[in-house]
Ligand binder design. Sequence first.
Ligand code: ATP
Ligand code: MG
Length: 322
Amino acid sequence: MLTGDRPTGALHIGHYFGSIKNRLKLQELGAEIWQIIADYQVITDREVAGDIVGNVRNLLLDSLAAGVDPEKATFFTHSSVPALNQLLLPFLSLVSVAELQRNPTVKDEAATAGIKAISGLMLTYPVHQAADILFCKGNVVPVGKDQLPHIEQTRVVARRFNERYGAIFPEPDALLSEVPMILGTDGTKMSKSKGNVVELRMTADETAKKIKGAKTDSERFITYDPENRPEVANLLELIGLCEGVAPATVAEEIGNGGGGELKKRLTEAINTELAPLRVRRAELAADPGYVEGVLRRGNERANEVAEATLAEVRTAMGMSYA
Ligand code: ATP
Ligand code: MG
């Protein structure tokens, strides 16, 4: 399994329910876990990387505190694995510019970031992501819904490479969660970059404050109607995920209690769900050098595997020299 995050901020409950839970399930099933911290992807929709060192550390703390086991998982940073990045070149030869320009997620992300002239990196990052997935022969990729076009692009790259040069790569499958897109407090996709998040590392009080400000609608009576009441449905789904209850049942229980009761129940549910993670995170953060050690070991392993795959690719392409 390969999955990853951009080091643009701390992880939030969208990541937790949208992707991390599936990562943990696969870990329990004994899958080999690869977890990329996609640092080069940060500069797709912004000019500079910002506090990337701090963000990488936060990402690692969040993932480890959530239960990803560094004995079973390889964490690595994009920029630390040159052989992986080199795969981008042959892979780019397998896709057309028109195909890249059609990618709906790239278009959405550019629009959200207010980008008028899409850079070459932004246009091609789905192919870069194909290299991330394929260098370790990833075949399962737990992701949110926004990533589906990129997984499809990866399948196309793998298929075309295999047809042209011989079978080296698997065609990976996306693994969506039950809730493939968690909405943020403003009713749009919860995103690190948008400030509409409940971060995993927040205190119980910060969580309460964030949820209190979440957008709902003017109808008092609570019903579960994802089509017409997406914001309310999102909050009900989150309660359902924490408590293991159907969102419609939660809606019936709250009914006339309205938005106030809905938010109170969600706050309690989230704080209960995340309490052990938050304690663990504080412990890990207090252990000097721990997080850095996990990353150093992961980068070493990623380099070994990337070099082996690149050697295979170069041989298949007839490019292995003395
Ligand atoms: P950014 O705003 O910097 O793009 P992000 O919050 O979108 O940050 P990413 O690092 O881009 O987070 O995404 C990491 C993974 O988490 C991806 O698989 C993505 O699909 C998933 N994910 C992100 N946001 C959500 C969400 N709101 N609901 C479900 N899954 C999500
Ligand atoms: Mg994103």
